[in-house]
Design a protein around this ligand. Structure first.
Ligand SMILES: [Ca+2]
Ligand SMILES: [Ca+2]
Ligand SMILES: [Ca+2]
Ligand SMILES: [Ca+2]
Length: 187
């Protein structure tokens, strides 16, 4: 009698554990566009041409860097699609998704820190480059809410970022954040 009652109690928890192990939660961060309404690179007029390299960060996902100080991407005023900006960059072969990062959500710290950072290269200042545009935000919510989360963000250059030298472009960065479930080990 005692053994039967013990079995009856353990069955439900075994089922619960099985389901938990077969589902982890991830966030997909898709960097959509960056729009510049003004760019200052010490040239005449209000929409200068910046020589750009940039890093897409969505911690705890692995960050992606495109272009470099030696190999930059020209940008002036207008809207640029991150997926297209990366084409031609030496780093663009690292994956098909040039604009998307996948972050595993940690139940103990269910947050994602999003921080795209665009820099302007300046030969004339001896390698001291300018901050062109960046935004930063931490998205945090209860773990169980992440799987169904979906939101589009539009943040102004400089929003959420502390920088002593400021930013040389005015504009905004748009990105979407979507939660989903996938088997352990990654989607
Ligand atoms: Ca500059
Ligand atoms: Ca100018
Ligand atoms: Ca320039
Ligand atoms: Ca420059």
């Amino acid at each position: 009698m005692a053994a039967n009652s013990g079995e009856a109690q353990s069955a439900p928890s075994a089922v619960y554990e099985y389901r938990q192990l077969n589902c982890e939660v991830y966030a997909e961060i898709k960097f959509e566009t960056v729009t510049f309404t003004d760019v200052d690179d010490h040239e005449p007029g209000s929409c200068d041409t910046a020589e750009v390299y940039y890093t897409l960060i969505a911690y705890p996902a692995e960050s992606k860097q495109f272009w470099s100080m030696d190999n930059t991407f020209d940008m002036d005023c207008g809207t640029y699609i991150f997926d297209r900006m990366a084409v031609g960059s030496p780093q663009a072969s690292i994956g098909d998704n040039y604009d998307t990062l996948i972050a595993p959500i940690d139940p103990a710290n269910p947050s994602v820190t999003i921080w795209p950072f665009l820099s302007d290269e300046d030969d004339i200042f001896g390698g001291v480059n300018d901050h062109l545009c960046s935004v930063a935000t931490v998205i945090r919510m209860p773990y169980q809410n992440w799987a169904n989360y979906s939101k589009k963000y539009s943040l102004r250059c400089g929003e959420g970022v502390t920088s002593s030298s400021g930013f040389d472009a005015e504009g905004y960065i748009e990105f979407t954040v979507k939660g989903f479930k996938a088997p352990p080990g990654g989607p």
